[in-house]
Write a protein that binds this ligand. Sequence first.
Ligand code: PPS
Length: 303
Amino acid sequence: MELDYHPELRGVTVRRPQLKLLEDIPLPDFFAGNWEVVKNFQAKPDDLLIVTYPKAGSTWMQEIVDLISQNGDVEMCKRAAVYYRVPILEFFMENILPTGTDLLEKMASPRMMKTHLPIQRIPKSFWEQDCKTIVVARNAKDSLVSYFHFYHTCHLMPEPGTWEEFCQIFMEGKVCWGSWYDHVKGWWEAKDKHRILFLFYEDIKENPRREILKVAEFMGKVLEEDVIEKIIQLSSFNIMKDNPMVNYDTLPESVMNQKISRFMRKGEVGDWKNHFTVSQNEDFDEHYARQMGHSSLKFRNVL
Ligand code: PPS
């Protein structure tokens, strides 16, 4: 049954956006209305920023950091939908959903927030304030597959086109938030210049305890053993998929049609093998080598 979490959205029709270049980043056109505010956003020294390219596990990390900061208190972490507890900095859909920067203005410190912006478009106050940043990167093929399904489900994304067309626009960086390749390389190169914890989705899947402990240490939190166990459980795919405060069941079907595909879809490593044909995979690998060949950023082999 659909939740009525946003009564203000009853009967509202959401039009799919066009892509619009904001500076050099393709974004849903409606984000343009708040772009200047985002650029001039005033970070505070104790802000914690989560960064991922779309579909790399940002919601997972939002839930992990909130669980850590609330000492694993499950009820506290159900106090609101995840996008209220850890707002999305650049999100803007005037008169339809709450604006990221407005939510952050009203939030008490220490604030936690997420963004999908590439390094060169992060508001400069984050660097001036030397804020801590957690980056999560996910291998390109699984990100692409997840993004394709999400484009279908989420009406705040443009039309996805066919699978072949989507693969093409993904490789060309003509999707929301731009090029996966530039995004991950940009953040990777910045990781030693700022207070950045760089994590991989595949590592969190492999050993959530190890990676959650890295996050807690980075946040300066010491956790009791039973709290660590609780956080591992509560942030697992199986628990999160049934938690309406993180699985986006709070949004009506007009925004997120989860009958098409669940937001918490599979949560696996290597699902791309169920989507790529042999020749698509060859083309993708060739393009990947051209884009990533010179980078020291290596994703684990997910074959
Ligand atoms: S978004 O729309 O960009 O904010 O999406 P994002 O949250 O970054 O990424 C969504 C994908 O992350 C998966 N996910 C998880 N995987 C494993 N464990 C947990 N707990 C978890 N939570 C979210 C989610 O299922 C999406 O991946 P796919 O491959 O589509 O399942």
